[in-house]
Design a protein around this ligand. Structure first.
Ligand code: NAD
Ligand code: GLY
Length: 358
């Protein structure tokens, strides 16, 4: 029996959609009734498909046409070539404009599937069934879809909102510890940028979360998705406010690039990046130094790195940060805190300030 613990809505007018959070949701036909048509394309990968696709198939029941596309596992396959293999299958099996793509997996599968749905016959519906913590609290909500290009990550894509997001927290039980911690970094991010009471709650409940206790997990995911939904509803295409979701990301991308993709997980780099952003916020007198120490301790408890790689010099950091997507008109834009639970985008950070920090 499925247990629906929370339902949220991303409010975007006629493109609004529900986010369901609970247990044993994957096999519940009621959740697919309003968002999936007669034809379905299930997209997953070789790790996740054997674990969860049968449950999704059970939930979908008998349909006119069901195609299962199983992709190789890994960020290196988030490419236009992989996208083409999806289209090859879906066209060969003659899916029409009424088909619905269902993404079952982490952020990589979700981003590829969403982009495939955005492009197939100029756009068809899709549903997100995220199975990593990162995908459940971040990538499945908000409609950013796309693939990587050899010259840049996430450079080819589209905004395409899903029809629904089904978050089954049971799937987190099989997630490797490192992936779980990386996702938890994004959860902490929501507390820092927009919800101080949630941040305090996380400090208190981290042991339960790390033990993957269901009630605590459902609460943390609901509060994270609520913030993401509110930010996306206010600024769907990142004209301004949505950029606060990138706390720690500019520092983090520099670390990911310097180390080579795959060495540090994205969430690990973001964790260290958030710590640097808080340090800079403290240096500017916006928050107390004790908050920096508090975050450092929490990240350590979460088995996340709290130091940038020793091999990275301040010059390398500054150079790589200067190449970030967030640079506008030559000015580096950074997300800092004005206070705990209150993020702001600034463009007045000087190289001297960065050099002193790094
Ligand atoms: P991922 O999709 O690579 O998943 C991580 C690993 O966990 C993979 O090996 C995957 O097969 C495995 N896995 C997934 N679910 C599992 C489960 N339940 N049990 C066991 N193993 C499981 O990585 P991710 O961290 O989920 O997502 C990262 C991607 O998301 C990046 O490509 C990033 O660019 C993208 N992203 C997109 C957005 C957005 O708004 N669209 C936001 C953040 C990140
Ligand atoms: N992950 C950042 C965003 O969705 O805008």
């Amino acid at each position: 029996m499925s247990v629906l613990m929370h339902t949220l809505h991303v409010e975007l007018g006629e493109r609004s959609y529900p986010v369901y959070i609970g247990r044993q949701l994957l096999a519940d036909p009621a959740l697919y009734a309003d968002c999936v048509g007669a034809q379905v394309v299930i997209v997953s990968n070789e790790t996740v498909a054997p674990l969860y696709v049968d449950r999704v198939r059970a939930g979908l029941g008998e349909r006119q046409l069901v195609t299962e596309v199983v992709l190789p596992d890994g960020e290196q396959y988030k490419t236009l070539d992989t996208l083409a293999t999806v289209f090859d299958r879906v066209l060969a099996e003659r899916h029409n404009r009424g088909t619905t793509f269902v993404a079952v997996g982490g952020g990589v599968v979700g981003d590829i599937t969403g982009f495939a749905a955005a492009c197939y016959q100029r756009g068809v519906d899709f549903v997100q069934v995220p199975t990593t913590l990162l995908a459940q609290v971040d990538s499945s909500v908000g409609g950013k879809t796309g693939v990587n290009h050899p010259l840049g990550k996430n450079m080819i894509g589209a905004f395409h909102q899903p029809r629904a997001v089904l978050i089954d927290i049971d799937t987190l039980q099989s997630l490797p510890r490192r992936e779980f911690s990386a996702g938890m970094a994004e959860v902490v991010k929501y507390g820092l940028i927009a919800d101080e009471p949630f941040y305090r709650w996380l400090q208190e409940h981290m042991p339960k979360l790390l033990a993957r206790e269901e009630a605590a997990l459902a609460e943390a995911i609901e509060r994270s998705c609520a913030t993401k939904a509110a930010v996306v509803a206010a600024d769907e295409r990142e004209g301004g406010l949505r950029a606060i979701l990138n706390l720690g990301h500019t520092f983090g991308h520099a670390i990911e690039t310097a180390q080579g993709y795959g060495q540090w997980l994205h969430g690990e780099a973001v964790a260290t990046g958030m710590l640097l952003a808080l340090q800079m916020s403290a240096r500017r007198g916006n928050i107390d130094e004790r908050e920096v120490q508090g975050l450092r301790e929490m990240l350590r408890d979460m088995h996340l790195p709290t130091e940038a790689p020793e091999s990275m010099s301040a010059e390398q950091f500054i150079d790589l940060m200067g190449r970030d997507k967030k640079v506008v008109d030559g000015r580096l834009r950074l997300v800092l805190l004005r206070g705990m639970g209150d993020a702001v985008v600034v463009d007045d950070v000087t190289e001297k300030e960065l050099a002193a920090l790094l």
